[in-house]
Design a protein around this ligand. Sequence first.
Ligand SMILES: [Zn+2]
Length: 679
Amino acid sequence: MTNPLLAEGGLPSFSQIQPDHVEPALDETLRRNREELEQLLASEVEPDFVTAIAPLEEMQDRLHRTWAPVSHLQMVKTSDELREVYNRCLPKLARYATEMAQDKRLFRLYKTVNDKLDGANNTPEGKLLEHALRDFRLAGVDLPDEQKKQFGKIMEALSQVQAKFEQNLLDSMAAWSRHETDEKKLCGIPAAVLDAAQTAAADQDMEGWLLLLDQPTYIGVITHADDASLRKDFYTAWVTRASDQRSGSNEFDNTGLMEEIMGLRHKAAKLVGFDNYANYALASRMAGSVAEVTKFLGQLAKIAKPVAINEFNELQAWTGRELQAWDVAYYSEKLRLKNFSISDEELRPYFSLERIMDGLFQVMQQLYGLTAREEQDVDRWQPEVRYYSLINDQNEPVGSFFIDLYARRNKRSGAWMDECVLRKRSNSGVQLPVAHLVCNFTCPAEDKPALLTHEEIVTLFHEFGHTLHHLLTRVDYPSVSGINGVPWDAVELPSQFMENFAWDPDVVRNMSSHFETGEPLPDDLLLKLQASRVFHSGIQMVRQIEFSLFDWRIHSEYDPERGAHIRETLAEVRKSWSVIETPEFSRFENSFAHVFGGGYAAGYYSYKWAEVLAADAFAAFREVGLFDRGVANRFRETILEVGGTADIGTAFQAFRGRAPQIEPLLEQAGIVNSKSARP
Ligand SMILES: [Zn+2]
């Protein structure tokens, strides 16, 4: 029997893949790659890009071909058997990755080829080598043996302490609940949250409702519960997660671990030659220096703060009371409903999925002259999954994508884009890229089409932005094609850029159509929808900047002599910028998993950074007409096609004719004179 995960080309045979195939396929692929690597390193042939680097790219693609379908299925159609073998294989992959990153011989090979480039550093090949050499250095490959070992140990310890941080957070959330038998106390909380609480109570043979401290319940209570004491209880529990302020127990206190995490990060950064962890992180980012990020955040904060103060004062005046931290979300939601009075349920009938997809494809057609053609004869993992080829205006295929739209059991929640096949050129020609676009929309009832909320439409456009980034790449090397090698702080540019189309009045009018009457969205609803986009955006922006500055400062100001100064720094940042007073007992930082868990360490600013790029790029379109082909072609050529082979700052400059500016984002958020009036 042939193993479908070892197929050499074409699309994965999703329906054929069984859990039994996974481990043998991975073992075989890793064995082959290791064997070929040894042959390559032992080769007598003079190494150059073609003889040395191209085969390494080929190995990377081979591993992707074996593993990508597995990790995809584990997310969209998992089973106990698949999860078990998936988890068993993860350490094998990690070991292989470390082996490759720390192989001094391999590092020397890249260096030799790079030295021969001779002025060709700005070519895709030059950029690929530059990235690879940088990543080797960041992994400590050229350190003396003793220090290299130390670096490895620090990274291992870091991953363990970060995992412990996350575990404490989950445990401390699981350790708290609120039991309620009096229905009156629960007034205002959405039915879905109460249903879950009722099930939780029943599971433990309890009467009434057991409210757990998970995110949907917390959001449901803090935003909608009429009972202020209930909101206060939840708020207190939420901001004291994994801290010493939890009455009863310090068991899951993260305070010590945070100090340890900061120390380890600093040590690792120092070992490979950086002053601090923020500088280490910047080595692979678009932002150039600590000062540049600090200035960027400070600039946004200064402009947003007065707006946030106004919003808060207005809210307080409207409620006629002094608002506590646990009141803000609740009254803010009440005011939003009063001002805009549009609910998802009111909008939904106008947004049938099929029309929205047509509208999205039309935007793509108008911008880039691309047509999405649905193909039937393709193997898929679930009958309702669709597959489209993307055809350019010369009738040539560019790439293709799967769309898996609906929520199912055994499918991870959320929405994302993932790479199915990477673009690559080999002797047999170009392998065109294939993407996965995954959402979790509600499955349509039998007698009704699938109807979306506006938020879901924005999500669909966002993920389609990532999809186009993956599919429109012209780079032929997997390690730097599409989204690969794109700096962390710029990778959301194409996706957030596309979101803007889902807010454009003409686009929305055009793709809305009442599923019974065919009417487009009435103008008054359209206006309210537009206005709701900027509601309390000052408060939201200041909050995001507070998190970003806190994260940035603790990583860039770390001093081993005095420690991380975590609480003190957060208090200072809040004192300068926050408009809502934080209670003394708050230990929000102890649950800030974005930063202490790993992913966004010295990187929280990326949210705002990429948003600025996206808004400024979109403004270029608005200045000349939304569907101007000249601007669209320039955006495509300078940003979407280049993958990780361009310096993104230079690429943006080439697109915009200048460096990025923050004004378009401020306008879009209604923080400075917006063209669409604020209510
Ligand atoms: Zn995204």
